[in-house]
Design a binder for this molecule. Structure first.
Ligand code: C2E
Ligand code: CA
Ligand code: CA
Length: 899
């Protein structure tokens, strides 16, 4: 053991003094002897016994071992010479040290300490009673004083060594429990005086001298044990209170261990999961799922754990078990509470509770905000303080809920906020019932201002177009019906204008959907601004607008209004993208009349007039003329509408029919033929819709679409197969009539990358001869682009060989009818022979169309016709099939259509 220097000094001093006392004892023994040896032995043995078997006393949480050695000192001081006393104590020390197997250093210190105390005690005795006369009152007093000195020196040296080793401060070592120790010293000194008197009368009483001390010791031990037990009970009680209090902080185990250490004066207390083997005291602890144990250890060796300690620990563990179970329950409750608080605090609904006086007892943040409750007030309510705020407007529902014990539900009402503002709410009010008595109510409410606004918006949506904000079709029809009703009663005339944005799809594709939307909005605004307040401008659908002009004068006034509406679009419209777009409308106008017809009829008339306007060119209006337009069949109009949709919905496709050489039957070109893939009717032939498209002007968009896709497709095939291929595209009369046709064609060629010489444009003979001069001019213009030109359906009309010379054409296509007549009509054969002859003379190739039989083929070949097209060799087929045919056909032919 490493000892600090002061401790070594104290031990050294004790050893020195002990040695000095022993030396003096030796001198005195020579003079006076040791006294009766039986006394020395018995009293020494008793002193040793009180050291080996000390009396434990308890002060609060501490225990202390006390010895009754002052008593034996008094007897020896009175009945033995000093050397005898010293010898008895020295012997007792040696025996006690041996029995307790104390380490050497401690033994040396104890030896010195005891001899010093004995020496000083005897010295004090001698000073008070120098005569040495035995058992006079004076000597008794001297013995008592000697015992006090013995006690003081003993205590001081103990204090010194404790201070020097740093175990405790000197004051504490001396003064803690000094009262009890003095009382004990007095008790055993008193017992000793009586024992000494008895011995002086009867020397044999030495045999019984231990008895009073034994009795004293047992009485004292019982007394202290009782005190100790009481202290333990009290401690257990306090521990119970404290441990249960600690549930709030949820550290029940910590508090238990603390108390275990206090009550059992141990150093380590812990809660473990495995039952400890040994080395401490353990008691099972319930209250948790896995078995646990409370273990205490580290108590001084002088005071091993006994059954009372075990009982105490078990009692504490029982307290802990209860507390842990409660803590778990408490934790659960608190989690529930927190959970509820989180829910209500994040709830969008206002939740608040009121007592019987309608005073708020609970409020969540949403309710606080909606009611306009002061945050400080809300915080104090949350903290559980009584609220001063009364919600008067709740008198009714709370009263009903509490008396009827049912939930009151109100979908749409108004609360009054604390600042007086109204608040639109839906709420439920449920009673709070405790032990059968209604103590208040819980109110859950929701701000419905937004919902009401939404409902209004919905209503608006039902009647208005979301994009432009204009009344929708429904509203328009409604107003039209109303106007018609009034017209019947009052002879008023109204006008319906049906307007369609020209080429809206093209604009939309060009500027994007956002731009298109913007365009529609701008048109809506301009139209709305140009009508009288009572009139209605509606969005009828897509790019269609309808206008109802009520109580309008006559056709002139309507015409003026229509012109004014069209003129509103003269100014370009600036789109957000920066583009400027000039939009035009085609407008049909229909008027109501006295003998009137339904709203549907008026609209239909305006619609028909609108198509008429479109057919006549864009950006204009047309008045419905019953004599001219009424005759048009409904089917036709429907077909027209459907074709419009077809163009917008990609229902138009292009098929290809190969053109072969008669010589080797190899493919040199193809003709692009339009098809309409109708969602219901399936594939529709051009014969069923080209006429109508031509009539309505739809042919322009249709023709452009075919031209583009044929060029793109042919370019792709040319690239893929590395062979020249000519594609023939049909042009209708109206297409051919466009002044900017050549610009359009060259744009398409540039965009698709197709070589101009690979494109052959076909116009029918009938178109070509309508205006010869213009035709020749336009053909030359096209020729300059480098494209080929063909006269289609040759032989159907004029069949004039004359004009062929005037037109700069490369190909003449012999009409199917001609070819069909080959075998029956000798005239036809003769004409073909002439045409072939003439053509080859002026460098024009002949393509015979509609070749259906081998004999037709043979005849044509015999007549010198170079190229044929017809069902005999191939029908028109979808692009993919034609591609496969190209892939499978023989090596590229060098033969090209002449030109
Ligand atoms: P077309 O320009 O004379 O085209 C030849 C027509 O004869 C095609 O009819 C073709 O399928 C058909 N045909 C070809 N070989 C035979 C045969 O051996 N026997 C019979 N009975 N018929 C044969 P389709 O495709 O129905 O086209 C009809 C017409 O529609 C075309 O006559 C053309 O004038 C017009 N057309 C077709 N596509 C377009 C186009 O994209 N634009 C314009 N403007 N007109 C087109
Ligand atoms: Ca053709
Ligand atoms: Ca033809």
């Amino acid at each position: 053991m490493k000892l600090p220097l002061p401790a070594k000094a104290v031990i050294a001093m004790a050893a020195l003094i002990g040695a000095a006392v022993a030396h003096r004892a030796g001198e005195l023994a020579a003079l006076q002897g040791f006294g009766p040896i039986a006394y020395v032995v018995v009293l020494g043995a008793l002193a040793a016994a009180t050291w080996v078997w000390p009396l434990l006393i308890y002060r609060g949480a501490e225990s202390e071992a006390v010895h009754l050695d002052e008593g034996f000192f008094v007897i020896m001081a009175l009945l033995l010479p000093p050397a005898g006393t010293i010898l008895a104590f020295a012997g007792a020390t040696v025996v006690a040290q041996l029995v307790r197997r104390r380490p050497m250093v401690k033994s040396i210190f104890n030896f010195g300490q005891v001899l010093a105390s004995v020496g000083m005690g005897i010295a004090a005795f001698d000073v008070v009673s120098p005569s040495g006369a035995p058992l006079t009152p004076r000597s008794l007093v001297a013995a008592c004083i000697g015992a006090l000195v013995f006690f003081l020196v003993n205590s001081c040296s103990l204090g010194l060594i404790l201070t020097a080793t740093g175990a405790m401060p000197f004051r504490k070592a001396i003064f803690d429990g000094v009262q009890i120790r003095l009382v004990l010293v007095a008790a055993c000194v008193g017992t000793a005086v009586i024992a000494a008197l008895a011995l002086s009368a009867y020397t044999w009483a030495i045999a019984l001298v231990g008895l009073p001390f034994l009795i004293l010791r047992q009485v004292l031990a019982g007394h202290f044990r009782a005190r100790h037990d009481r202290a333990r009970m009290q401690g257990l009680f306090e521990a119970t209170l404290d441990v249960n209090r600690s549930m709030g902080s949820l550290d029940v185990e910590g508090s238990l261990c603390q108390w275990a250490n206090v009550l059992l004066r141990s150093q380590h207390a812990s809660v473990v999961h495995d039952k400890p083997e040994d080395g401490g005291l353990a008691a099972p602890l319930g209250g948790s799922e896995t078995p646990t144990w409370m273990v205490v250890s580290g108590r001084s060796k002088a005071e091993p754990f006994d059954s009372a300690d075990h009982a105490l620990l078990e009692a504490l563990a029982a307290v802990g078990t209860g507390a842990l179970a409660n803590a778990a329950l408490y934790g659960e409750v608190r989690r529930h509470q927190d959970h509820l608080a989180t829910i209500t605090s994040t709830l969008g609904e206002g939740v608040c509770a009121v007592d019987t006086n309608r005073r708020i007892t609970f409020v969540n943040p949403a309710a606080q905000q909606m009611l306009g409750l002061d945050p400080a007030e809300a915080a104090s309510i949350t903290a559980g303080e009584p609220s001063k705020v009364r919600l008067d407007f709740l008198d009714g529902p709370v009263g009903v809920a509490m008396t009827s014990r049912t939930t009151v539900r109100v979908e749409d009402t108004t609360f009054r906020r604390l600042d007086g503002e109204p608040l639109a709410v839906a709420f439920t009010c449920s009673p709070i019932v405790q032990d059968g008595v209604a103590t208040g109510a819980v109110l859950v409410f929701r701000d419905i201002a937004e919902r009401k606004a939404f409902e209004e918006r919905l209503a608006h949506h039902a009647f208005h177009d979301a994009l432009t904000g204009l009344p929708n079709r429904r509203v328009f029809l409604d107003r039209l019906e109303n106007a018609l009703g009034r017209a019947r009663r009052s002879d008023q005339t109204h006008a319906v204008l049906f307007a369609d944005v020209d080429r809206f799809k093209v604009v939309n594709d060009g500027v994007g959907h956002l731009g298109g939307d913007h365009l529609l909005i701008a048109i809506a605004e301009r139209l709305s601004a140009a009508v009288r307040p009572g009139d209605t401008v509606a969005r009828f659908g897509g790019d269609e607008f309808t206008v109802l002009l009520e109580d309008i004068g006559g056709p002139e006034e309507v015409a003026r209004a229509a012109a004014r509406l069209l003129a509103t679009l003269d100014e370009p419209i600036l789109l957000p993208s920066g583009h400027e777009v000039v939009a035009t409308l085609s407008m049909g106008v229909a008027m109501t009349s006295a003998d009137q017809i339904s709203a549907d009829d008026v609209l239909h008339n305006a619609d028909v007039a609108m198509y008429q306007a479109k057919a006549k060119g864009l950006g204009r209006y047309e008045l419905f003329d019953p004599s001219a337009m009424g005759a048009r069949s409904i089917e036709r109009i429907e077909l027209e509408v459907a074709l419009r949709h077809a163009l917008e919905n990609d229902e138009i496709e292009v098929h290809y029919q190969p053109v072969f050489t008669t010589e080797s039957k190899s493919i040199v070109g193809t003709e692009a033929l339009v098809r309409w893939r109708h969602p219901r009717k399936g594939l529709v032939s051009p014969g069923d819709f080209i006429g109508l498209a031509e009539e309505t002007g739809l042919i322009l968009s249709l023709g452009k679409l075919v031209l583009e896709s044929a060029c793109r497709q042919t370019k792709a095939w040319t690239d893929e197969f590395g062979r020249p291929l000519t594609v023939a595209v049909n042009l209708s009369a109206r297409q051919f009539g466009q002044p900017d046709l050549s610009v359009q064609v060259s744009d398409v060629l540039a965009a698709t990358g197709l070589a101009p010489s690979a494109l052959c444009l076909e116009i029918t003979e009938s178109v070509a001869v309508q205006d010869m001069e213009r035709t020749i001019g336009m053909l030359h213009e096209l020729k300059r682009l480098g494209v080929r030109l063909a006269i289609d359906d040759f032989g159907t009309g004029y069949s004039s060989l004359n004009y062929l010379k005037q037109f700069p054409v490369d190909v003449v296509k012999l009409d199917r009818g001609f070819v069909a007549g080959l075998e029956t009509s000798t005239v036809d054969a003769a004409i073909i022979a002439a045409v072939v002859g003439l053509s080859s003379a002026i460098g024009i190739s002949i393509v015979a169309e509609g070749v259906e039989t081998q004999s037709q083929f043979d005849t044509l070949a015999g007549l010198g016709c170079e190229f044929v097209q017809g069902y005999l060799l191939a029908k028109p087929e979808p692009a993919d099939d034609f591609r496969d045919r190209l892939a499978a056909s023989r090596a590229p032919s060098l033969v090209m259509l002449a030109g």
